[in-house]
Design a protein around this ligand. Sequence first.
Ligand SMILES: Nc1ncnc2c1ncn2[C@@H]1O[C@H](COP(=O)(O)OP(=O)(O)OP(=O)(O)O)[C@@H](O)[C@H]1O
Ligand code: SF4
Ligand SMILES: [Mg+2]
Length: 465
Amino acid sequence: MSENAEDKAVRIPAQSDGTEEKSAGTATLNKDAAPGEVLLKVTGLQKHFPIKKGLLQRQVGAVRAVDGLDFEVRSGETLGVVGESGCGKSTMGRLITRLLEPTAGTIEFEGKDITHLGVGGMRPMRRDVQMIFQDPYSSLNPRHTIGTIVGAPFRLQGVEPEGGIKKEVQRLLSVVGLNPEHYNRYPHEFSGGQRQRIGIARALALKPKLVVADEPVSALDVSIQAQVVNLMDDLQEELGLTYVIIAHDLSVVRHVSDRIAVMYLGKIVELADRDSLYKAPMHPYTKALMSAVPIPDPKRKNAKSERILLKGDVPSPISPPSGCRFHTRCWKATEICRSTEPQLLELKPGQRVACHHPENFEDQAPQDTVLLTAAKEAAELVADEVLAESAETSAAVAAELAEETAEPAAEEAAVASAEEAGTEAEAAEEPAEEPSVETTEASAEETSEASAEASETESQESTDK
Ligand SMILES: Nc1ncnc2c1ncn2[C@@H]1O[C@H](COP(=O)(O)OP(=O)(O)OP(=O)(O)O)[C@@H](O)[C@H]1O
Ligand code: SF4
Ligand SMILES: [Mg+2]
């Protein structure tokens, strides 16, 4: 904690965790890092999900969900993360909140390396880093009252707030705009928007410094989305929170973010402050994404929108394209794009881009400047054969995998009985399977704490009521 932590403290109404300094009737949220200081730093972060097959569960490949991310999140800011479905946004969110173990790279929080901290080591960190999940229906345990759900973080961390858990939970409920009297109600008695407010109250219980919200409003009605986004905005201001907000809806991201990271196939292709990204995107993929956003300005409602329609699907993260991963869909791709991976470089102050022929960049050769209309025409002409090639590779890999999994692997069957004892020993040594996405979300209430702690919550439920 810095020497002048007092000065940076943000006052919030009566809330205390019993361990930090208290004052009569109020508690303080200490922002250790001054606004603008790096709170989270991620370097070379990777998550490869192994693909296993056969009796011996040999690894035959990997889903390269996150494949080398470098970025930092500054205290007090909101970093938006966008990209098409499957590009690794949620995996990134789960890595930085340490709900998933990274394959490689480092994660530093307030200068401390938390990359491989175990459950015990992460416990103090859990208070500072919280996650809000996409689906307010599956992320709240239907068997628990909202009092138990929002109060769980206190019990799991062994924190006794001033005035008791019940009082503090009721205060949190009113902070997020819910009726504190509904403490004993169950999740099914609430609407989607209200449930997401419950999720937010739970995430805020321990006064976190960093909140990672994975598609926090995409499961909600459009009319409710704005309310929840505004609530998160207000809470950020009031509590000095730092957000990483993952969303595929560019309008939401634009509304809430200070800086935006655009992801494509497990990589960040552009990272810039919001205005630069929207006004002058430099990566062709960003430009294509932006061109799909409706223009809200009424003065420009008759302006012809030049929309770039990206051809084909995102290639498989099992065998991403060589060089620039976007080359199979990019209208500007040249030979170097197919052979050499572009690095994420700061081409303008505060704007990092991974592209050999960036848009809106004065230093590029004139022949690289492709006008939007021309780009659309070029996309019609160029991409087909390249796409076909990529589709063939993906289909071949998928077919090979399916074949290998379906076949009882003749040679394995032959040696299976002989190796049975050995196999068992090997299986015992195998690291535990990664929790599936569903499992992780269902246990969100426990914020991935050990299941032993979860049962402790159960037993305390009756006491709490
Ligand atoms: N537990 C897992 N095991 C194997 N593969 C996984 C696992 N979790 C995610 N993946 C794969 O990793 C890739 C990235 O998934 P992720 O959920 O991070 O994408 P996303 O960007 O959040 O997508 P969406 O916008 O649809 O939520 C996908 O190809 C997905 O199938
Ligand atoms: S590096 Fe080449 S293929 Fe990749 S985005 Fe830039 S121009 Fe397109
Ligand atoms: Mg996701």
